[in-house]
Design a protein around this ligand. Sequence first.
Ligand code: TYM
Length: 324
Amino acid sequence: MKDRVFSGARPTGRQHIGNYLGAIQNYVGLQEDYQCIYCIVDIHALTTLEATEGLQENIHEMMLDWLAAGLDPERSILFVQSHVPQVMELHTLLSMVTPLGWLTRVATFKEKARTQPHNINYGLVGYPVLMTADIVLYKAGIVPVGEDQLPHLELAREIVRRFNYIFGDTFPEPEAKLTTTPLVLGLDGVKKMSKSLNNEIELAASAEETRERVMSAFTDPARRYRSDPGHPEVCNVWRLHHFFNPDQIDEIADECRDARRGCVECKEQLAEGINLALAPFRNRRAELVARPQYVKEVIADGAHRAHAIAIETLTEVKERMGLI
Ligand code: TYM
């Protein structure tokens, strides 16, 4: 049997180039050699959402992006977390072997407690336990993620080790698999690209929207005038050129260093590169938008296939824990 790959992502709607370069690209490539399971984690989303009206639409938009980016429902299982509710049972069972101290120490928990002091809910504390349940319900050994998820993966490994120690070898220890771009910075050039920070470039944006977003990007802060020499190594626009204009990367750096090119032209060229690279994706996406029923079928079929594996694992876990 092929090794299993699992990854999840919150239903943030349309995906950005950080999601793509940091994770989705890896999801697509792994389909060649592994049995892959990719999940839109709607329950995780509830830990931070106060309004949930847009949730179904976000799930749909995100699945459109995944399909257009090359996730193949014939080869991989693509599904929505809450459609396979066994994960919540496993979450509760794993919570019994997870010391609370491990969870309250997690940096993302502390960060959330700081940013949403009015809503430090129980689900936030258990977030990494639910993530662990996601992965081990399918006995996945490989987890493609961006760098920000590494602390969660480390915790998942600890929970697995503890479970296996107490109840006998049940789960493989999941290993993170990073892309070559595990952290993509946003248009501010400082923080990770993220919808919540409004510093993202959406994959599905139109060519003109993309251009407008790119033109708002921060460049080398030391370069105030067109005639000032630039420092490409500190400039996020230059970093992005690596993916979208890889053949010209040295030329761009040289021209920036001796002020032969200005930031405006540099950004124009980046926008063109992005639009060119994403044109096939955008065409495929437009075709899928016209087939909403197909997307629903993919999601239903994914849940059906995921459910079969989930039931098997959960039964084994209950036996091991003495519940059956
Ligand atoms: P989420 O929804 O924040 O992000 C989805 C994936 O995209 C990656 N990513 C990035 N990579 C590089 N640069 C960026 N700017 C960037 N922004 C996002 C993330 O690292 C992630 O791989 N907790 C997870 C979801 C989850 C999960 C799981 C992941 C739930 N259960 C089980 C793996 C296994 C999250 O919130 O990802």
